[in-house]
Design a protein around this ligand. Structure first.
Ligand code: GLC
Length: 436
């Protein structure tokens, strides 16, 4: 298949998932019938290449549900659907006094990609005056979102923000959380899963894992999603290197965009202060010398979580490591994840006994992480490895389709594309990979 054919197919996937009436794109039919926060960011990057209007509408639809305190939720329930659990009745975002009045949402967020997505859109879209105008209208909302994070998600005022739920990480059932589940004893909730009617249960989290996920939400709901209370009480309180790298990259993008806009000295000054503190602390607190990479920090139990995942290498996308440290983490990535019989980059350490090549974030390759790694590797001059990440991503999609995640083992003979098919961000980021 030529690259142009692949791009056309990707555009069809995106167009089919776009909901014209509300102006947003579902991640995938059936499995994810609403608007998801970081999915929308990646999707807007794909649209920017061929339909600037849709890219802008995607971002606007997400921001239309921003809370009055700057918080941007992880799911926006623009419509009703009975194919997904847990839906708006479970989350009850309205418990928070500053929740969106116009939209039902969840009370949690996702990796803050919007800042750097706006910059990507500026770089891609040809009509610079028009896109800059769009950015001018929306950039303060993203700034307010970052301000919210640094005010309400950083109890030690150290420049690193916490997540209180695994769904906030974007890497839902990563083995990283297993030891935290070990500290909890939630009830066995009665609920009807919908995801396993769309996808083989072997590729999804277990029911018991869902008990933990629901219990964390119940704790937050019992305190009306008050983040100070959550910081005090949630058994899950983690400083995630992927999440914080996205915030840092978005800070950097906002600085560049405010410079283009002009007349924004105060905001730029504040962003620079956040940035300096965040990058310094990130390198002090989240680097693990023994593993040779960044790791998650369990803020509730005050210790590093000593496992390698694709999130361990994401800081390379946000200019966080110095050159020497970048060499170290790339070497770790290649030694542990990069053998010739594997596609890059597995989402979890293939040498760990927690690795599972088929199960969601416990091992499979995800295209959004590959996209971040590709860009980061290139920016540090690791061109050969960057190209391998790109080629592996393109090959997986060309061979198996626009799946949600893929088996990293090249030896797999049957279909190695798992989860939902016609998955939006796989399509959107493939377009970007093939055009850059
Ligand atoms: C899953 C993924 C998450 C994504 C969502 C919608 O929950 O883990 O990262 O945003 O699906 O695609």
């Amino acid at each position: 298949m030529t690259n142009n054919d692949l791009i056309k197919k990707a555009e069809t996937v995106l167009n089919n998932n776009f909901k014209e009436d509300k102006g947003f794109t579902i991640p995938c039919e059936g499995l994810y019938p609403f608007q998801w926060n970081w999915d929308s960011g990646f999707i807007a990057v794909g649209f920017a290449h061929y339909d600037a209007n849709k890219a802008k509408r995607e971002v606007e639809a997400l921001l239309s549900a921003q809370w009055e305190n700057g918080f941007i939720p992880h799911i926006i329930f623009h419509n009703d659907s009975d194919t997904y659990f847990p839906g708006p009745e479970f989350h009850q975002s309205k418990l928070h006094p500053l929740a969106s009045k116009s939209h039902r949402t969840t009370g949690m967020t996702q990796p803050p990609v919007l800042g750097f997505v706006l910059k990507e859109m500026y770089d891609i879209i040809e009509d610079k005056a028009d896109i800059l105008n769009f950015i001018k209208q929306n950039i303060d909302k993203v700034f307010n979102n970052h301000q919210h994070f640094y005010t309400h998600r950083d109890p030690n005022q150290e420049g690193l923000v916490f997540i209180y739920h695994n769904w906030e990480s974007g890497t839902d059932n990563s083995p990283i959380w297993d030891d935290i589940w070990g500290t909890m004893d939630p009830p066995n909730y009665k609920f009807e899963r919908r995801d396993t009617t769309h996808v083989d249960a072997a590729q999804r989290p277990t029911n018991r894992e869902y008990d933990y996920y629901l219990h964390l939400i119940e704790i937050a709901k019992a305190h009306n999603y008050d983040e100070a209370k959550i910081a005090e009480l949630s058994p899950f309180l983690v400083q995630d290197p992927l999440f914080n790298a996205m915030l840092i990259k978005s800070n950097a993008a906002l600085i560049e965009l405010y410079e283009l806009i002009g007349d924004s000295e105060d905001k730029i000054k504040t962003l620079r202060q956040w940035q300096k503190k965040a990058i310094t602390r990130f390198n002090e607190k989240l680097f693990n010398e023994k593993l040779g990479a960044y790791v998650h920090y369990d803020l509730r139990n005050e210790k590093q979580i000593e496992f390698l995942s694709s999130s361990s290498f994401a800081p390379i996308f946000a200019d966080i490591p110095n050159e020497e440290r970048a060499e170290i983490i790339v070497k770790t990535m290649m030694d542990k994840f990069g053998s010739e019989d594997r596609y890059l980059c597995a989402s979890f350490d293939p040498s760990s006994d927690r690795f599972n090549p088929k199960k969601y974030w416990r091992g499979p390759v995800w295209i959004n992480l590959n996209w971040l790694l590709f860009k980061g590797l290139k920016s540090y001059g690791f061109y050969d490895i960057a190209n391998r990440v790109k080629d592996d991503s393109v090959q997986l999609i060309e061979r198996y389709g626009f799946y949600e995640y893929f088996d990293s083992r090249k030896s797999v003979k049957e279909n190695a594309g798992y989860g939902g098919n016609n998955f939006s961000w796989s399509a959107a980021l493939l377009i970007d990979l093939l055009k850059c």
